[in-house]
Structures are given as C-alpha cells and as structure tokens.
Design a protein around this ligand. Structure first.
Ligand code: FAD
Length: 460
C-alpha cells in the first residue's frame, strides 16, 4: 500500500530515517509542504529550501521516483494527501527544533491514516547525553567531553524507492510567499547559495581536501576564503546530516589530523544547542537564567532599526549586517560582534536581534540561533560574561586587519556595498556615500551597559 514520506527539513535521500521507514513499507510518495506562515517568518530560510527542491526532485527522478510539492498548512495538506492517495501511513521527521508537531497526528487520523514521527539524524538522540545526576549539561566543555565517548550511530544509506501506481497532483517547486517576503533580495541572496545534496557533499570534500589543518587558526577571520565549511545552511535544510559529517571526519579524528577535533567540537555546539532547547523549549523567548528577566533591555527602537539596516556607523557591525542582508550569511565572529553591539552598546533586547537573524539567515536554526543570542547577551546557561564587552573597532582590527572585509561592504564602489544597496528596500533610503553617525560612543555604550549589569546584580 502507498506510503507518504513528508520530507520537512530533511531535503536529502542519504541518512533519512523517515524515508528508510517509508520505503520498507511500500511505494512512497515523497512530499514537501510549502507553508505560507513559514515563508513569512523565515523568508531567507524558506528561499534556501525552495532552491533545494528542484535538485531533490532530480535526485528522486534518478531513482524512479519524484517529488510532490503542495502549498498550504501542514495539517490540512497531510490530511488531504492521505485521503487522495489512500495511504495508511505518513512518515516524517520530528519538527524540533524548527516547528511544532501539535495537531498533525490528529489531522492525519481524520483521513484514517497514522503519522509516524522519526527523530532527526542528529549526532545523538535528544536527552541521551546527560550529566551523572541525569540532568542536561549546562556547560559546553563537559558536554563535549561526554559526547566524544558516545557511539554515534552510523548514517543510513539511501533506500530503494518504489513508485506508487498513480502520482498525485503537484503544485511545483515555486514558493510565491517566500519570493514575496524576500522582496527584491531573492536573486542576490540566491547567487550565494550552493544548493542540493550532491553539492553539499562536494563542499565537505573541498573543505577536507587541505583546509582542515588550518581550520582552528583561520576560522575567526571573515575575509579568509573558505576557512570554514559554509555547511550551516545545508545542515539547516537537511541536505546533509550531522551524523554523515561526523562519520566522514572519523578517519581524520582517529588519526589526530590537525583541525579535526576542533571542527567536530563546533559541530558539537550545534548538538549542544539542541540539547538546551529540548530541555528548555522557550529558549527563543525567555532568558535561561531567570534573574535576567529583570535586565533593562530596550524593546525595539530606532537604533536597532539602524543596526538592521547596516547604518550604525560602526564599520564591522555595518559590514556584517549588510553581508547578512545581501547574502543570507554572516561570518560567525561578526555575528558575535553585531549581537554584542546590539545587546550591550545599544542595550537592546536580544530577542529583537534573534528575530532579525531568523528572518535573514539562510542557515537559520531555531536552537543554534537562540543559544548563541543568549550566549552573547549573557543570559544563557554557558554564557559569555556580560561584563566582557567586545570593542567592535578592536574586533575589526584584530580579525579584519587589512580592512578587506569592511571595505567590501562599506566602500561605495565595492561589489558588496552595491549588492547590499540593490537588495535593500527602497524605503530604507540607502545612500552608500553617507557614513552614519554612531548613536553612542563605544566608551559611553560600554559604561551604560556595565551600569545596567551592576544594577541587575545588586537587585539579584
Ligand atoms: C548571534 C549568533 C546567531 C547564530 N545563529 C545561527 C543559526 O541560526 N544557525 C546556525 O546554524 N548557526 C548559527 N550561529 C552559529 C554560527 O555562526 C554558524 O553556525 C556558522 O557561522 C556557520 O558557518 P560554517 O557552516 O562555515 O561553520 P563551520 O565553522 O564550518 O562549522 C561547522 C558546523 O558547526 C556548527 N557550528 C559552528 N559554530 C557553531 C555555533 N557557534 N553554534 C552552533 N553551531 C555551530 C554549524 O552547524 C556549522 O555548519 C549563530 C552564531 C551567533 C553568534
């Protein structure tokens, strides 16, 4: 009997537990649902998924199958698809950490079918790496130490797929709501995307072909070409599994190749974020440390708007914000600096920044985004201490010494600045020749942040 496999954010054939389970039951209808609400809240991430779909369809066709795409809310589409195909079973991955599964099983049951949810192929099942007393690790180092000792399950090979007797109707891979939400930024951002499962594996191989040994030394420099893998967007839309990357790195890890240990520890940060969010589902909205609820962060404000538009007058911050708007990506070091500037110098609530990143990043990942924002702003479990305020000018000089990164995004004739101006909405009135005036000096911003922190400590 026909079975539905809803791909969700697992846009691959390799190491796909839901697909393996579906294929073992009978002919599979591979399904993707384009949800207008998702496109509205996370347009760059939706766009990133949309770019992957034609390639997923190609890969399926290469195996005698094809991709069926439907637009609408997941519960309604699943119900309709189960009825149309007569499928008794729907297999899918769990929505965590991106989406809720609430109501889905009931919707499917109304069509007489059963929904089976499978865990994502992360390194470990959630809540399986715990402290001696059975709690979640709140500090990364001991978590990493424990994770290294665990046997990580091997990735699953892509299954053989049988086609159903009839294919249901297909809405096609265009996602108009995502296109509308991206406005005229779509084409510019799309130029920076390397989509598809094959392409992702090729990217990993390129990285392993000589760049791994320098990973630790080079990864903090935003203008170092290809110092990092650039795989976060592929992981976020599921073109590759963390388990597959882990398995591929094992020969280097076991033989002590320089860089391998550090690289896998970064992958472990992604896992750590998931553990934290699983234990504390409100990680995107509430401070992990309760006392921080009283911190006097400002809600959204004009300075935050200038931050979003890359118009703060602080070069490394503006460069980073422009990079993210024009390409859907931002270098990790620059993410830390821009986030620190917003939450400390501009004393603005970390959730204002989190929401903007969640709209603009092609690698948006609910858990990684939330953990890192809480880390930078000091309210997370294993957070950078609030009193360590990054000096953005100093960070720029240290990690972009020659200024090439900043010039690329700020000099009026530079390609990056022009791409940014082309992507920005007209209402922003971007004038590349105008250098914005800082809302507050770095010294005053730092002093204001530290005073607020001191008051919080006195109240606690
Ligand atoms: C404020 C802020 C927000 C962030 N938001 C996101 C987000 O929405 N999605 C996201 O994937 N990453 C996020 N990060 C983490 C990090 O910036 C990106 O994962 C990294 O830039 C990806 O580049 P890469 O793939 O070349 O990484 P590489 O250096 O090649 O690392 C390999 C993989 O390890 C993981 N990783 C590396 N660093 C981190 C980290 N600090 N936290 C979690 N995982 C990590 C990623 O999956 C990455 O692809 C955020 C960081 C900050 C400071």
């Amino acid at each position: 009997m026909t079975v539905i496999c809803w791909f969700r954010r697992v846009l691959r054939l390799d190491d796909h537990p839901a697909l393996v389970a579906a294929a073992a039951e009978g002919p599979v209808v591979p399904l993707v649902i384009l949800d207008p609400a998702e496109a509205r809240d996370h347009p760059a991430s939706a766009m990133r998924q949309a770019l992957s779909l034609p390639l997923l369809d190609q890969a399926l066709q290469g195996r005698g199958s094809r991709l069926i795409v439907r637009r609408g809310s997941p519960a309604q589409v699943l119900q309709a698809m189960a009825r149309e195909t007569g499928a008794a079973t729907v297999h899918a991955s769990e929505g965590f950490p991106f989406a809720s599964d609430e109501g889905l099983a009931d919707a499917v049951a109304k069509s007489g079918a059963v929904l089976h949810l499978h865990p994502l192929a992360d390194l470990v099942p959630r809540a399986s790496v715990l402290t001696g007393s059975g709690g979640v690790y709140k500090v990364f180092s001991p978590f990493w130490k424990a994770l290294r000792k665990v046997d990580i399950a091997p990735p699953l090979p892509a299954p053989k797929l049988a086609a159903p007797p009839d294919w249901p109707a297909n809405d096609g891979t265009d996602w108009p709501e995502a296109r509308a939400a991206m406005n005229h930024g779509w084409d510019g951002v799309a130029r920076h995307v390397r989509a598809g499962e094959d392409e992702t594996h090729a990217r990993l191989e390129e990285f392993l072909d000589g760049r791994l040994p320098d990973y630790k030394q080079h990864r903090d420099f935003p203008w170092r070409p290809k110092a990092t893998t650039g795989l976060a967007d592929a992981l976020a839309v599921g073109e590759i599994s963390a388990r597959r990357i882990w398995a591929r790195l094992q020969p280097d890890f076991q033989s002590g190749t320089k860089g391998a240990d550090h690289f896998l520890s970064e992958l472990a940060w992604r896992e750590f974020a998931r553990e934290l969010m699983h234990a504390f589902p409100r990680l995107e909205r509430d401070c992990w440390r309760e006392e921080w609820a009283a911190f006097p962060w400002k809600s959204d404000n004009d300075d935050a708007e200038a931050w979003r538009r890359g118009q703060t007058g602080v070069d490394i911050v503006d460069a980073g914000m422009r990079e993210m708007f024009a390409t859907g990506q931002m270098h990790n070091r620059v993410r830390m600096v821009t986030a620190s500037y917003l939450t400390k110098h501009l004393l603005t609530d970390w959730r204002v920044g989190l929401d903007w990143f969640a709209r603009c990043l092609t690698d948006w990942d609910a858990a990684s985004n939330a953990m890192n924002w809480q880390w930078v702003s000091g309210c997370g479990p294993d957070a950078s201490p609030f009193f360590r305020v990054f000096n953005p000018d100093g960070q720029g000089d240290r990690f972009d010494g020659g200024g090439a990164y900043r010039d690329h995004w700020l000099k009026p004739d530079a390609p990056g600045a022009r791409d940014f101006a082309a992507a920005a909405p007209r209402s922003w009135g971007i004038d590349l020749n105008r250098h914005a005036v800082r809302a507050i000096s770095l010294a005053d911003g730092r002093a204001r942040a530290l005073t607020a922190y001191q008051q919080l400590r006195e109240r606690a």
